[in-house]
Design a protein around this ligand. Structure first.
Ligand SMILES: [Mn+2]
Length: 259
């Protein structure tokens, strides 16, 4: 799918991997403050906003962190163009949540056309092609039948199952010596398929800017953790370059903004 940025957009922010939950109150506060004050015309949340999400009927009685985040998103959704993509933790976010927040529901991947450039947005988990076990689970859990089954369970049962899956995933990670990063070949293939130059993704919690070849790069967003021993949070911001009127590349200016 393709999204053409309206011509009045000057500043776009990308953010991901906030993993909001009750046990991270500072991270929540940091994100709420960011949403309430950002001067961006459009904000793109590229997945794993929440540590987990068990279905939109949870909106009636969610954890406090979720409630406060949803309210802040709804405020932001009224004054700027808010876009939300699902991650591997919150893939069960549904239409009601998007509506409540006034958010545009983004497919993964999405090609954004901005400032004369084509930018692919993705959470990034689908590009970690080396993790075959995870890719199998991903395929299974994104299927309608699996989701219908899961969502048919009572909320309490869903929460237990989700926490169980999280624990299992953490245990697998600890037991494994391999870190499955985004595969550069898979990233390059996706960019070529979308006729795009730049990929923006999260998921790996390894903020960086990788050169794939002479024409293609990928930005990796930082995760947020303002509660732990190594505080980190931030957005990737893109604006048209001041020289872009001269129409010579680079037409965009990218910057990491600490919040
Ligand atoms: Mn993720």
């Amino acid at each position: 799918m393709e999204l053409r940025a309206p011509s009045h957009w000057q500043t776009l922010d990308f953010v991901s991997d906030l993993h909001l939950q009750d046990s991270s109150p500072r991270t929540l506060q940091g994100f709420v403050d960011y949403l309430d004050t950002t001067q961006a015309d459009a904000v793109f949340v590229l997945g794993d906003l929440f540590e987990f999400w068990i279905g939109d009927d949870w909106m009636d009685a969610p954890q406090d962190a979720h409630r406060q985040c949803l309210d802040a998103l709804a405020r932001a959704g009224q004054r700027l163009a808010l876009h939300i993509m699902r991650g591997n933790r919150d893939f069960l976010m549904g239409r009601s949540l998007m509506q409540f927040c006034g958010a545009h529901d983004l497919p993964d991947p999405l090609t954004l056309v901005f400032g004369g450039e084509r930018i692919v947005l993705s959470h990034g988990d689908a590009l970690c092609t080396g993790d075959i076990r995870y890719q199998e689970f991903r395929q299974l859990s994104r299927a309608d039948a699996w989701q219908r089954n899961f969502l048919a369970e009572p909320l309490a049962g869903r929460k237990n199952r989700m926490l169980g899956m999280r624990q299992q995933s953490e245990a697998n990670k600890k037991a494994s010596t391999t870190f499955f990063d985004v595969d550069d070949q898979a990233a390059l293939a996706l960019l070529q398929q979308c006729a795009a130059t730049t990929l923006v993704h999260g998921h790996t919690h390894k903020p960086d800017h990788h050169t794939l070849d002479a024409q293609h790069t990928r930005w990796v967003l930082t995760d947020w953790d303002l509660d732990g021993s190594v505080p980190r949070a931030g957005v990737l911001r893109v604006c048209p370059s001041p020289d872009s009127a001269a129409a010579k590349p680079p037409a965009l200016r990218w910057a990491r903004i600490a919040v």
